[in-house]
Design a protein. Structure first.
Lengths: 456, 303
């Protein structure tokens, strides 16, 4: 009998401790709420957006501290400098607002999507085209049309970037800070000169360069093929010589990969790979390794965006430049000078509509976007931003940027970077299939067939 | 103990917490995985029922065949490597006359306690184009330089080797524990009968470790089927998805294409494959007594 009582007591103790445990979990949530302003904690969770606007306005007016979480890139100078500058400026313009930085993971939006699925989206987040398209279906991204108008953001946008602000449905979901961006084909001038080579204009010239560099044990072009966008860009710079729409036209469905131009481009890339354009382990090389090869003179050429100009100039000085993409013959080379790979996208700072401070977050997102653009112009010497900042760089633009600025007026067509592609199936296919082509182990026919099968 | 075992309420009370956790965190999610695999769910919005579409797409996807081939290769490589070397090393260090057995016991187990990321970075440095392995060939005057991780067909073997290298120590520990549980009388009796060391291990150690081997086989084969981390770090699934597995297909569909429905169809097939492997292993390692009982039951039925 005693044993029965004892075992019953033990069971009850176990059950009671489990319940107490549950009770504690609930109570631990209370202190977290103290982080939010007092005005916020007294309001109902399911308040309407209008009420939120009024609340947040009164918060800032009453001087209560508001902490906004922001999910953005903070990895290198190109992302750290603008963020730090924006935070400094925010302190002056919005003294009551504090930013809580959550560093963006390079995980294809996995973290952000998980946060969205669990209802924990940050107040402000950097959204790519894929994220915008996914979140607008689930109403987890705020429509910013009114804020863009009231803050004058739309008026500040450069004409060439007007389209970047709008998503496919005609709404503004993010404030873009990057303008039209371009894939540049960098080359080491000193290496070309030392080896008696001219900048290649045609693929025959390029093949000669490959042969010469390989004979000297220099990698002709260092590719960081571990990142699918870089291999897609390598295909796109060739595809645009045959079909100006490049991968953008494939993404939009206005062209097919089996069209003559795209097949020719795939075959040309196959030929160049077989000749040894890229290093053998290109598909397992990351950005740091490839960049190191180029900047240390072990590689003669490099494909990257125009944002690399600053770093390349710092390391190589006058020995580095970018070239117009080589083409089939001299005539196509000249004609292709106005068609660039790359382009802008609707990505930028977006706002969580379910944020307790949604209206304020939208204003702050617009403010940060402006400051990002200013910092990029002033400290990163990059005038290719979304809006007219009216700022000047703190020192002269690098020669390569000047050359690009001079070329801009003559550019008549651009394509897209992979993060600007809207069809996620095509995006996945072009990244992996171009990687296969670059590896030299998949044929151009396989490339065309596989993409066609995937798109069907 | 008998009292408790006879008390159904006590059994229920003791089983309930574990059962509740299993149902909540294992059984229900698995059912959800199967349910969502018949929808077009993107992870955020309300899913729409699409019937067998995801499964038809999956079975006609060229990467599906590649993934299954890779899983089989991966499972075979790690099973053979781990069980073979773990057995040899365990038997070797079980010999009390052997010098340095304590050091070796720790050395074999060290990779297990390392993070997978650390191990992969280590091997990535060794196997890269300009890595240690190719340098060794170069210094030796051989032109056998290989693109170890970038080869469409060979990379999966290299990745499997990295996994096998790391986890061999785990199976080694299990087998050592199994050997220790075998009474030394058996070996003494065998020695008196003039049995050699090798024969004693073949006739005593290995047969008596059947249960341990069964467990080792299950973790190796299911580990092969659900492999992901190593290929994600070492090759990113490339070149062109040639080192994909079903887990990678699931990850790619869900997180890169926001196509959770398709990803979960891949996950469902993977769960079924794991279950099938376990059933086959359990069938192969059926208890002899159980076999006899089955035989008796069959005879009774026939009579």
């Amino acid at each position: 009998m005693k044993k029965k009582i004892l075992s019953s007591l033990m069971c009850m103790t176990l059950a009671a401790s489990s319940l107490i445990g549950c009770g504690n979990a609930a109570s631990t949530e209370t202190p977290a709420q103290t982080d939010t302003p007092a005005a916020e904690t007294t309001t109902e969770e399911t308040k309407a957006e209008d009420t939120k606007t009024a609340d947040t306005a009164s918060d800032t007016a009453s001087g209560d501290k508001v902490t906004l979480s922001i999910y953005t890139q903070y990895a290198d100078d190109d992302t750290k400098v603008p963020y730090d500058y924006a935070v400094e400026q925010l302190k002056e313009a919005y003294p009551n607002v504090e930013l809580n930085l959550i560093v963006q993971a390079q995980d294809d939006g996995q973290t952000l999507k998980t946060l969205a699925a669990t209802g924990q989206l940050p107040d402000i987040y950097q959204a790519s085209t894929d994220i915008i398209n996914t979140f607008r279906e689930s109403n987890q991204i705020m429509v910013l049309n009114d804020v863009a108008k009231s803050t004058g953001f739309l008026d500040k946008l450069y004409d060439a970037n007007k389209d970047l602000a709008y998503a496919e449905d005609g709404n503004i979901y993010a404030f873009p800070f990057s303008g039209q961006e371009y894939v540049l084909w960098y080359y080491n001038k000193a290496l070309f000169k030392d080896n008696g080579l001219e900048v290649p204009q045609t693929y025959d010239d390029l093949l000669k360069c490959i042969e010469t560099f390989k004979a000297k044990d220099i990698t002709p072009l260092a590719l960081f093929g571990q990142e699918g966008w870089n291999t897609a860009a390598a295909y796109d710079v060739i595809a645009t010589r045959y079909a100006a729409g490049g991968i953008k036209a494939l993404d939009e469905g206005s062209a097919k990969v089996s069209d003559e131009g795209y097949v020719k481009a795939a075959k040309k890339l196959e030929e160049l790979v077989a000749a040894g354009l890229f290093q053998n382990d290109a598909t397992t090389t990351n950005y740091d390794q490839a960049s190191e090869k180029f900047l240390s003179g072990q590689a003669a050429m490099f494909i990257n965006g125009q944002w690399y100009i600053e770093d390349a100039t710092k390391a190589l000085g006058d020995d580095v430049d970018w070239m117009f993409y080589p083409a089939e013959d001299a005539a196509s080379y000249e004609a292709g000078k106005s068609a660039f790979s790359g382009g802008g996208s609707a990505s930028g700072f977006a706002v969580n509509p379910d944020s307790a401070n949604a209206a304020l977050a939208a204003e702050v997102a617009e403010f940060i976007t402006e400051k990002y653009c200013e910092a990029k112009v002033m400290y990163r010497h990059n005038p290719l931003v979304a809006i007219d900042t009216g700022k000047e760089p703190d020192s002269e633009y690098p020669a390569m940027m000047k050359k690009l600025s001079d070329t801009l007026p003559s550019i008549t067509s651009t394509t897209k970077f992979t993060w600007g592609l809207t069809n996620s199936t095509f995006n996945d296919a072009i990244q992996s299939e171009s990687q296969g082509l670059v590896s030299g182990q998949f044929t151009a026919d396989e490339f065309v067939q596989d993409i066609e099968d995937t798109m069907d | 103990m008998k009292k408790y075992m006879g008390n159904k309420l006590a059994i229920l009370l003791f089983v309930l917490p574990a059962l509740a956790i299993f149902i909540t965190f294992d059984f229900v999610p698995i059912i959800q995985v199967f349910a969502y695999s018949f929808t077009d769910w993107n992870g955020l919005t309300t899913p729409n029922f699409t019937g067998l579409k995801n499964y038809i797409d999956l079975f006609t996807d060229r990467v599906f065949a590649t993934s299954n081939r890779n899983q089989i290769i991966f499972a075979i490589v790690i099973t053979v490597y781990q069980m073979l070397f773990a057995t040899i090393f365990a038997i070797t260090i079980s010999d009390k006359k052997m010098k340095g057995r304590k050091f070796l016991r720790v050395a074999y187990f060290i990779p297990v306690i390392l993070s997978v990321t650390v191990v992969c970075q280590l091997w990535s440095a060794i196997l890269s184009g300009e890595g240690l392995l190719n340098k060794i060939f170069e210094v030796a005057g051989s032109d056998f330089k290989q693109n170890w991780l970038g080869d469409r067909y060979k990379a999966i073997y290299v990745i499997a080797f990295v996994n096998a290298w790391q986890w061999m120590g785990y199976q080694f520990a299990l087998i050592v524990a199994g050997i220790k549980s075998i009474p030394s009388d058996y070996y003494e009796a065998a020695r008196i009968d003039g049995c050699s060391n090798v024969k004693a291990h073949m006739k005593i150690t290995i047969p008596l470790l059947a249960e341990t081997y069964k467990f080792c086989l299950i973790i190796s084969l299911t580990g092969g089927i659900k492999a992901f981390t190593e290929m994600n770090i070492l090759t990113g699934g490339g070149p062109n998805k040639s080192t994909f597995t079903l887990t990678y297909m699931m990850y790619n569909a869900a997180f890169k294409k926001s196509d959770y429905g398709y990803g979960l169809a891949a996950a469902s097939v993977m769960v079924l494959e794991c279950m099938l492997v376990m059933l086959v292993i359990n069938f192969i390692f059926r208890d002899k007594d159980q076999k006899k009982e089955e035989e008796k039951a069959r005879r009774k039925r026939n009579a």
